[in-house]
Design a protein around this ligand. Structure first.
Ligand code: GAP
Length: 533
């Protein structure tokens, strides 16, 4: 992972935000290569899910044909949106503060073990950033009990590594960075939404939130989309855009950031077929990552257990990837696919529903009125063929553009060997990105800067530029130029040499196989089109 992080900075995939001021935790910038990579991922998603979708055909695994459409709504919305969605009341993590170290932790991310020595039993802990928690716990316990490492076997450990959430008595807890017991505060709720103020007056009544997900903008526009376009249920509305969460412990590069991009679909269907649509979307979204090059062995589709599901949901599954920063055998979430029933449309219609009620009812305040009032607008749907009126059920495939970018970067990073200019094998770093998402599709090189080669290469560059992001390079030995493109993930290099001037052919070099072959210069665009797909 360290090698990948360093390559990302060196080659301009990603930088820490505001780096010259020391950076800001949980915020990342995409450099010249990174912006192209992330844009290609978002474009591939939009193309595959929305503009390239065939409304007329029943796709494999789908219960029927369906339509797809898009939306782009504002980041700041009416505060009532977040009250009815449940984010205002329920979107929080629990945190604990350490009175000694002044550090703040997520309650569920502190892990520890009970340990006894010198007649005292404590719960020793390690923070979520610990790479070797067992070793850290031993060090911490030895220090606390004033013992030397040669006496480590006198420590009596009781039970396996467990979360702090399993501990009731905090007086017996030794905080991850503390020297004394009982320095952690009781867990406190911490809402993850960023608050801001609208307008110049700035009173509490003017406060609003940066959206923590793009999904709610789709629900509140459901009626607008139905009324303004000719879509019929079943159909999906897609949106790509920034979301913000004030994560307590942002970490693992861009995996958990405070500002990130989501690619979300809300798919509206008849309640009777919603279970089948859920299965379809779950499988379809899993396959999307495989098709773009993630290794099947590192990807898994994990169905949530029945007891993890809300009663109104027929299923939730996560697409997960074995990110290299995770311990062996662990996976991190790339995307969640959830069956949400009619919870969201009804909440925006009637008022915030209490997710614990069955059947769902509006949550009431002390006066028996809705705790958070809905819009009162009718968000039901009338099927004009059958005349049936119903509230559609929703299937929500919700992906993170930054997590997808990170997974594709992790997958692509490869160290192997390639011949240098003299044919001697040298180690190289190569980013084996799928050609569809590679930032630069092809690099064009004149072998040397004379004999008409630069002119011919520049002509080809201008022709290819009409279709793709391509790169012209005439500086340095050709082997070094290849190496630079390998690190950038450029799948094809095209070289113009002495023969090119004579017979109007060029050499294409394949980044991964190192295979080289000649094609007619006039056929180059078609040849690359076949290769890039
Ligand atoms: N509307 C449903 C929803 O937002 P989620 O599981 O909270 O569900 C969906 O988020 C996806 O957004 C995640 O699978 C992940 O890819 C991405 N995501 C969520 N929080 C993130 C964070 N702090 N940093 C980067 N990506 C995040």
């Amino acid at each position: 992972m360290e090698k990948l992080v360093s390559l990302c900075k060196r080659r301009g995939f990603m930088f820490q935000s505001s780096e010259i001021y020391g950076g800001i935790n949980g915020f990342w910038d995409y450099g010249p290569l990174g912006v192209e990579l992330k844009r290609n991922i978002k474009d591939a998603w939009w193309r595959d899910m929305v503009t390239g979708h065939d409304d007329l055909t029943q796709l494999p695994g789908a219960p029927g044909s369906y339509e797809m459409t898009g939306l782009d709504c504002t980041i700041i919305m009416h505060p009532q949106v977040w009250k009815c969605s449940g984010h205002y009341d329920l979107f929080h993590d629990y945190m604990v503060d350490c009175r000694e170290s002044k550090r703040r932790y997520r309650h569920d991310q502190i892990q520890g073990r009970w340990v006894e020595a010198k007649g005292k039993k404590i719960f020793a802990t390690a923070g979520s950033d610990s790479e070797a928690p067992e070793a850290d716990l031993e060090r911490q316990a030895l220090k606390f009990f004033g013992m030397r490492s040669k006496n480590a076997d006198e420590l009596k450990w009781d039970g396996p590594l467990a979360s702090l959430t399993t501990v009731d008595d905090f007086e017996l807890v030794l905080g991850p960075d503390a020297k004394t017991l009982g320095t952690l505060t009781a867990p406190r709720e911490f809402n993850l939404m960023f608050k801001t103020t609208i307008g110049a007056l700035g009173g509490e009544a003017d406060s609003a939130f940066l959206r923590p997900e793009t999904a709610q903008g789709i629900f509140v526009n459901f009626k607008n989309v139905v009324d303004s376009s000719r879509v019929r249920v079943p159909f999906g509305i897609a949106q790509v855009g920034k979301s913000f969460r004030n994560e307590i412990t942002p970490r693992n590069f861009t995996f958990r950031s405070r500002e990130f991009e989501q690619m979300e679909i809300e798919f509206f269907c008849h309640p009777d077929s919603s279970a089948e649509w859920y299965t379809y979307w779950r499988d379809r979204r899993f396959k999307w990552y495989l098709d773009l090059g993630l290794d099947e062995g590192k990807l898994q589709l994990r169905d949530h257990d029945q007891d993890e599901l809300s009663h109104y949901s027929r299923g939730t599954a996560d697409v997960e990837y074995a990110f290299p920063f995770l311990p062996e055998g662990e996976f991190g979430e790339l995307e969640g696919i959830a069956h949400r029933g009619d919870f969201d449309l009804r909440s925006h219609m009637e008022g915030k529903l209490d997710p614990a009620t069955n059947p769902l009812t509006v949550e009431l305040n002390e006066d028996g009125k809705p705790r958070h009032r809905g819009s009162g607008k009718d968000l039901s749907y009338r099927d004009d063929l059958t005349g049936e009126r119903f509230i559609p059920h929703v299937i929500e495939p919700s992906a993170g553009a930054d997590r997808a970018t990170l997974a594709f970067l992790c997958e692509a990073y490869t160290e192997d060997e390639a011949p240098d200019d003299k044919g001697k094998m040298q180690s190289r770093v190569v980013m084996k990105l799928h050609p569809r998402i590679a930032p630069i599709k092809a690099a064009i090189f004149p072998l040397v800067k004379k004999d008409g080669m630069p002119e011919m290469a520049q002509d080809l560059y201008r022709t290819l530029k009409k279709d793709w992001n391509v790169f012209y390079d005439e500086k340095g030995a050709v082997g070094r130029r290849y190496r630079r493109q390998d690190e950038a993930g450029t799948p094809f290099c095209v070289t113009v040499d002495g023969d090119s001037i004579q017979d109007n052919t060029v050499t294409i070099r394949h980044r991964d196989t190192l295979e080289q072959w000649r094609v007619k210069a006039d056929d180059l665009t078609d040849e690359l089109r076949k290769l890039i797909g």
